[in-house]
Design a protein around this ligand. Structure first.
Ligand SMILES: Nc1nc2c(ncn2[C@@H]2O[C@H](COP(=O)(O)OP(=O)(O)OP(=O)(O)O)[C@@H](O)[C@H]2O)c(=O)[nH]1
Ligand SMILES: [Mg+2]
Length: 195
């Protein structure tokens, strides 16, 4: 898949505001600071399409990007940031679950997990939801450039063993928004699921 155009369309804080045009969506899910916005920028070959920042918890809405005038990429709010008050965290959790549960246009999810660490409890809860709601998903192991190449095969294999147990997991792909590894594979997987 070649991305020729990408533009920000809308930020959604309330599910009633979701687009009703029936256009297919690919959503990007992961804990705060895992690299969702950076991955979207890398896929689109754009520096600052999706706002990425050193300050975690910045993306608080579902941000919609129109890709090739044909599909939406949806940058979901990051979960699990400890400094956000509990009440807000639980309302984000509900927003994400309601979205995953009821969104017919959602063709697939890219679940981001830090390549260097074990998945968190929340990561596992999210992939549990994806599987339960029959949503095909791809796991991107982010910040792979920070993983010493000697450790890479072992880390990737153990993530693969874990996630491919889920029925709806399509693949596990190491990714870096710095070096660009994994970009072609992620785009290919999106193209084969979304068409
Ligand atoms: N080395 C390296 N740093 C990365 C990579 N991806 C993201 N980062 C850095 O990690 C930080 C967070 O990246 P974001 O893309 O903003 O993460 P996010 O998941 O969108 O964060 P929230 O919007 O807060 O949920 C930034 O400082 C990025 O520069 C990567 O592949 N390699
Ligand atoms: Mg972000």
């Amino acid at each position: 898949m070649k991305i020729t155009t990408a533009e920000f369309v809308l930020g959604v804080a309330n599910l009633r505001q979701l687009p009703k045009d029936g256009i297919k969506e690919v959503a990007f899910l992961g804990r705060s600071n895992v690299g969702k916005s950076s991955l979207i920028n890398k896929l689109c070959s754009r520096k600052a399409l999706a706002r990425s920042s050193a300050e975690p918890g910045k993306t608080r809405e579902l941000n919609y990007y129109m890709i090739n005038k044909k599909i939406y990429f949806v940058d979901l709010p990051g979960y699990g940031y400890a400094k956000v008050p509990e009440q807000i965290r639980s309302s984000w959790g509900k927003l994400i679950e309601q979205y995953l549960k009821g969104r017919d246009q959602l063709a697939m999810v890219i679940q981001l997990v830090d390549a260097r660490h074990e998945p968190t409890e929340l990561d596992l809860m999210m992939v549990g939801w994806l599987d339960y709601y029959n949503i095909p998903f791809l796991v991107a192991l982010t910040k792979a450039d920070k993983l010493p190449s000697s450790k890479m095969p072992r880390f990737v294999q153990s993530a693969r063993d874990l996630f491919t147990r889920y029925q709806h997991c399509q693949d596990v792909i190491p990714f870096s928004s710095v070096t660009g590894i994994g970009r072609t594979e992620v785009l290919h997987a999106i193209a084969s699921l979304v068409g």
